[in-house]
Design a protein around this ligand. Structure first.
Ligand code: THU
Length: 133
């Protein structure tokens, strides 16, 4: 699966967003080494802090199918933003735990803008399990 196909999966997943409060739909897709794709969309709640982001749902989806950090090779996210949609801080922390540090993250906007990055760039000096030792 190439980058464009993964982005299309994220875009399709965005269609499953449940976002009646923010009206801001986000889609994400995680690619595994063996070519599987796991999607996520943001799912909101009337108790706002319970809203869950698309990226975390996609990663949790992959883990719930038995995949782990080293099995994952790329992550795409997309929303209707002027610039490529950037993961929130909470998602960055979760990505740093569950997703390889140098694997590509494709930030995309519906208008077609794309930016490739990785979690090392998005969350330098991350807190990690190593800090708990
Ligand atoms: N959201 C995501 O799903 N991913 C992000 O990286 C940014 C924010 C969601 C959370 C909430 O449902 C809506 O977008 C507005 O913040």
């Amino acid at each position: 699966m190439n980058k464009a196909e993964l982005i299309k999966k994220a875009k399709d997943a965005r269609g499953l967003s449940y976002s009646p409060y923010s009206h801001f739909a986000v889609g994400a897709a995680v690619l595994t080494k063996d070519g599987q794709v796991f999607e996520g969309a943001n799912i909101e709640n009337s108790a706002y802090p319970l809203c869950m982001c698309a990226e975390r749902n996609a990663l949790y989806n992959a883990y719930m199918h038995g995949y782990k950090k080293d099995d994952l090779v790329a992550l795409a996210l997309i929303a209707d933003t002027d610039e490529p949609c950037s993961p929130c801080g909470a998602c960055r922390q979760v990505i740093s735990e569950l997703f390889p540090k140098n694997a590509p993250i494709y930030m995309v906007s519906l208008n077609g803008k794309e930016k490739e990055t990785n979690i090392e760039e998005l969350l330098p000096f991350a807190f990690s399990g190593e800090d708990l030792k």
